[in-house]
Design a protein around this ligand. Structure first.
Ligand code: ATP
Ligand code: MG
Length: 359
């Protein structure tokens, strides 16, 4: 929050524009921080008699340029027709709205990688340059780009130059202590007084610290609470937490895996096996593990180029991340890493799914 305030202050005080990237893994507070910050910035500006407004676009839902821009236009015109206008026209209309209201708009593109991968990074160019012929040297728009992955890998050169490397804020995984704080704050809001054991909160923080994911911690708290309710117990016990964790593991992964086809599953099974105890594997290792898995399930493995397609699909889905080189690996090879799912759990899940297909 402090860094954000430092970076965005000039848009209020000197009519500048600012573009910042927030990155970090799942549940590290990127969306929550961006929202809280935008609300605070709006208040801060108001106190200085400046108009700042903000809009958050969820690019997972709005993963085309036109639907993303439409949502921004909708911010000022809720009944704007959802078809019939080109992007250029919509941007012109947005510009008029901003000029009329003399307002600076902070546009938060949340999960931006979803949009950028599908539609390219043109949108960044359009949103940042459309205020270029500015009036009274007043900038109209600032951007906040949120992404789990390194967005600089996806951005083209001209869009990347919009974001200075110094304007990247990294959200580290929450530590056990931080998660403990979040859990106890949530418990206070969600539960009646004295309805959770201190040990239970410690355990929730502990089990979610592997990923440093606050969302996971909150989900376990909720599930454990429901389990305690079902039992008619007066307090959330550590056993409730353990049971909640077991349930959460399966639901997190299943929702992502359910839509995969057989070869995507086989590729993922290979990656899971090759990834045991390793942070990164090479594509070569992934491909040979995929071939072994295919043979095991009597499937003809796809050719090399098609295997790449599978990697892309899995990367898109957010179960693996494929990127150029990683720590400890020299040269320009592509490495693959499993995201938020432990390799062993993933392996068991996919095998279960593949086996039930066979039956
Ligand atoms: N510091 C915090 N204090 C209290 N609650 C928090 C904190 N950080 C995150 N949370 C809560 O944890 C959950 C996950 O946070 P958030 O949605 O911001 O994560 P994220 O980084 O955007 O994750 P993703 O990459 O999956 O979108 C939310 O319910 C949020 O309110
Ligand atoms: Mg988020």
């Amino acid at each position: 929050m402090k860094k954000l305030i430092m970076l965005y202050r000039p848009i209020v005080e000197s009519n500048f524009t600012q573009n910042v990237v927030l990155t970090g893994s799942v549940g590290t507070g990127k969306t929550a921080t961006a929202k809280r910050f935008c609300m605070d910035l709006k208040d801060f500006a108001e106190k200085q008699q400046k108009a700042v407004d903000w809009v958050l676009v969820n690019c997972r839902q709005r993963n085309s340029e036109s639907s993303a821009v439409l949502q921004i236009v909708n911010h000022f015109q809720p009944n704007f027709p959802d078809r019939g206008f080109s992007i250029t026209e919509m941007l012109r209309i947005l510009r008029k709205d901003l000029e009329k209201r003399k307002v600076h708009l902070v546009i938060v593109l949340d999960e931006a990688d979803m949009l950028l991968k599908k539609a390219g990074s043109d949108i960044i160019y359009k949103l940042t340059r459309f205020g270029e012929e500015k009036i009274e040297s007043k900038e109209l728009v600032s951007l906040v780009l949120i992404s789990q992955k390194n967005v600089f890998d996806i951005l083209d050169a001209s869009s990347a130059s919009t974001f200075k490397r110094t304007n990247v804020i990294e959200f580290g995984k929450y530590t056990t202590e931080e998660l403990r704080d979040i859990v106890s704050q949530r418990a206070e809001l969600a539960l009646k007084d004295d309805c959770i054991e201190e040990d239970s909160m410690d355990l929730i923080a502990e089990v979610s610290s592997e990923w440093g994911d606050a969302r996971f911690a909150i989900e376990i708290l909720e599930k454990a609470g429901m389990l305690a309710d079902e039992e008619g117990a007066g307090k959330v016990s550590v056993e409730n937490v353990r049971a909640a964790k077991a349930e959460a593991y399966s639901s997190v992964t299943e929702s992502k895996l359910i839509g995969l086809d057989t070869h995507q599953k086989l590729a993922l099974l290979g990656i899971a096996r090759a990834s045991r105890g390793k942070a990164y594997i090479t594509t070569g290792e992934a491909e040979s593990a995929y071939k072994v898995a295919s043979e095991e399930y009597d499937e003809k493995p796809r050719a090399h180029t098609a295997f790449w397609g599978l990697m892309k699909d899995l990367d898109m889905l957010g179960v693996v991340s494929a990127k150029k080189s990683g720590p400890g690996i020299s040269g320009k090879t592509t490495v693959i890493t499993l995201l938020d799912i432990p390799a062993k759990v993933l392996e068991e899940k996919i095998r279960g799914m593949l086996n039930s297909n066979r039956r």
